[in-house]
Design a protein around this ligand. Structure first.
Ligand SMILES: [Zn+2]
Length: 82
């Protein structure tokens, strides 16, 4: 049986969540990604094959120009200027 790396709890809940992949200052937002969430501390665990899929998609978008379903503009601020 597996336990949460952070709190040691062994109860997890299957969920579909939004995953934000970051690499070299570039982002990919993927909706409805399956994960298991720790019922105690809320830490989310993703299967390696799922993360690999997202990484592959990220490359297809940024290296090979794959078109995505949606694009969002994200405002960026420096905290010291707020
Ligand atoms: Zn936990």
């Amino acid at each position: 049986m597996k336990a949460c790396n952070f709190c040691g709890n062994i109860n997890f809940e299957k969920k579909f969540v939004q995953y934000i992949y970051k690499h070299n200052g570039q982002f990919l937002v993927v909706n409805n990604v399956p994960c298991e969430e720790c019922k105690f501390c809320g830490e989310q665990y993703f299967k390696a094959e799922i993360l690999k899929k997202i990484e592959k998609d990220f490359k297809e978008i940024y290296l090979y120009g794959k078109k995505t379903e949606k694009q969002v503009k994200v405002p960026v601020e420096e905290f010291v200027k707020l």
